[in-house]
Design a protein around this ligand. Structure first.
Ligand code: SF4
Length: 283
């Protein structure tokens, strides 16, 4: 049995995900027609399954829906998607997180000002697929680190830098520092990293440093959870990203007399955290 289990104060759902989940259940309860979410509402398979049991079906694209309500998830969607959905006669419930909207507006503003836009993040992530569409594709790069910046970008006179909301602050700062060191005439920096994520990462790193084993709960397809697990792993190699209790049991960990740190990504609801705490106690 574990000696002590310490749960991070910042573990679990952020306000953007909490809002998306609460409103999705409300929509489902008040609807007599079909309800679809455009992509899974959050990157957590257990929660998506629960929503599906309540009747919220996942549509990968608008063309997969023909009537009823479509929910836009917290990650947001590309420009024009809401209009297209309305044109198709769908009732649209837009649950794009306000912090993601801030990123979208920053990209739009930079394009309107004629700045070259640098987005630091994952170009395949839905949030970035949506946000990039607010800018000028001819005057934009999407990079994960400074080594991906082409030399010609440093010759641009006006550059604006924004971040995917869930990346690590250090990842963003590394790119910003590179631009500050390299002679661009005007550099605008929009720190669009989500405070919730920033605080989760900071607390998780400190907790991971102080415990024998660190458990990060959340979907393997969740960008923010995976990032937290990676940061924890850098300071504590005994870090495990876990989705379910059965998964942690199957690892065969020896937790006897160990201190266990636990945190959870922004898309991990409290019932999953509680199940996991119970499961760890029983190992
Ligand atoms: S992690 Fe931050 S940006 Fe993403 S949904 Fe939650 S509150 Fe919004």
């Amino acid at each position: 049995m574990a000696k002590k289990i310490i749960l991070a104060e910042t573990a679990g759902v952020c306000f953007g995900v909490e809002r998306a989940l609460r409103k999705s259940f409300e929509v489902m309860e008040g609807s007599k027609e079909e309800v679809h979410s455009l992509g899974p509402i959050i990157h957590n398979p257990q929660v998506v399954k629960r929503l599906e049991e309540r009747g919220v079906k996942v549509a990968e694209k608008l063309e997969d829906t023909s009537s009823g309500t479509v929910i836009i998830r917290a990650h947001g969607v590309p420009v024009g998607t809401v209009g297209t959905a309305k044109d198709r006669g769908l009732n649209v419930v837009d649950l794009t997180c306000p912090i993601v909207k801030k990123l979208q507006y920053a990209v739009k503003k930079l394009a309107e000002e004629g700045s070259f836009t640098v987005i630091v993040g994952d170009k395949k992530h839905p949030e970035i697929i949506g946000a990039r569409s607010y800018g000028d594709p001819e005057k934009m790069i999407i990079i994960e680190n400074k080594s991906e910046i082409g030399e010609e970008v440093f010759t641009k006179k006006k550059v604006g830098i924004v971040a995917q909301t869930t990346i690590a602050f250090e990842q963003f700062r590394e790119v910003v520092d590179e631009f500050l060191a390299r002679s661009t005439e005007e550099i605008k920096i929009f720190n669009t990293i989500c405070d919730d994520i920033f605080n989760k990462q900071r607390e998780a790193i400190e907790l991971a440093k102080s415990v024998d084993v660190m458990v990060v709960i959340g979907g393997k397809n969740s960008s923010n959870t995976t990032k937290i697990a990676k940061l924890c792993h850098e300071v504590n190699p005994n870090t495990y990203q876990i989705e379910t209790v059965s998964e942690i049991r199957s690892l065969g960990l020896n937790l006897n007399e160990k201190t266990i740190g636990v945190t959870a990504g922004a898309s991990t609801p409290s019932w999953i955290i509680e199940e996991m705490l119970q499961g760890i106690q029983e190992i």
